[in-house]
Structures are given as structure tokens and as C-alpha cells.
Design a protein around this ligand. Sequence first.
Ligand code: AMP
Length: 123
Amino acid sequence: MPDYDDQNIFARILRGEIPNDTVTESEHTLAFNDITPQAPVHVLVIPKGAYVDYADFHANASDAEIADLHRTAARICAERGVTASGFRTISNAGEHAVQEVPHFHLHLLGGRPLGRMLARAAE
Ligand code: AMP
């Protein structure tokens, strides 16, 4: 796993150096709208701590940070009205998943039918 790059765009958002469209914030977690939404609901949920990816976060964050992030994500789904209609969470990690921003984040997507999980054409 690469070292954490504190110049990544989400680190800069957390430091207030660039703006974001905040959805909600809690002790350990920030959630904001994706700048290029792929569904009517497309929220990014990120820890305030410096974690590169899914594996780093779940191995090294405290139980409180982990619970806070996932409870925040579930609360946003309820508040955005997609809990019943359905939604998808995605965490891209590393090269095969084409992770663009090296700060762990959960995509929350919903508000329309999302189709099957993966397209086969790119295989
Ligand atoms: P990933 O490929 O999983 O790393 O996804 C990174 C996501 O960050 C993409 O969906 C981008 O649209 C989103 N993104 C990049 N810069 C910003 C920004 N300044 N504010 C909100 N979302 C962003």
C-alpha cells in the first residue's frame, strides 16, 4: 500500500483548502456530494483521518471511526429516501478498481435503477 499523500484532493477538502458540497459531518466522518454525480444520489462518505483505502481504514482506524462512517452512510441513505428503493455502496481500492483519489471513501449511489453491478464489456 502506498504511503498516504496529504496533497490528495480529499485531504485538501478536509483542511478547508478547497470547497465541498457538504451533506453531513460528524466527529470522525465527512459526507459531500460527488462533483460528477452518476446518479440522483451520489454522496462520498470519507473518514476525517488519513487512510489510503478500504484495507488501510478497516485495519488501522478505531472502532469508533469505523462505526461512525458506516452509520453516517446508512443515515444518509435514509435521509435521501433510498433505503427502501435501493442503493449501492462502492469503494474503489487500488489499480484494478481504478481508485482515483487515494483517501478512503465510500460512494453512495441511488435514486434510479442502477443496473447490474459490473459491466462485462471491459473484461
Ligand atoms: P474513485 O475513483 O473511487 O477514487 O472516485 C473519486 C471520486 O471523487 C469521483 O467520483 C470524482 O467525481 C470525485 N471527486 C473528485 N474531486 C472531487 C471534488 N472536489 N468534490 C467532490 N467529488 C470529487
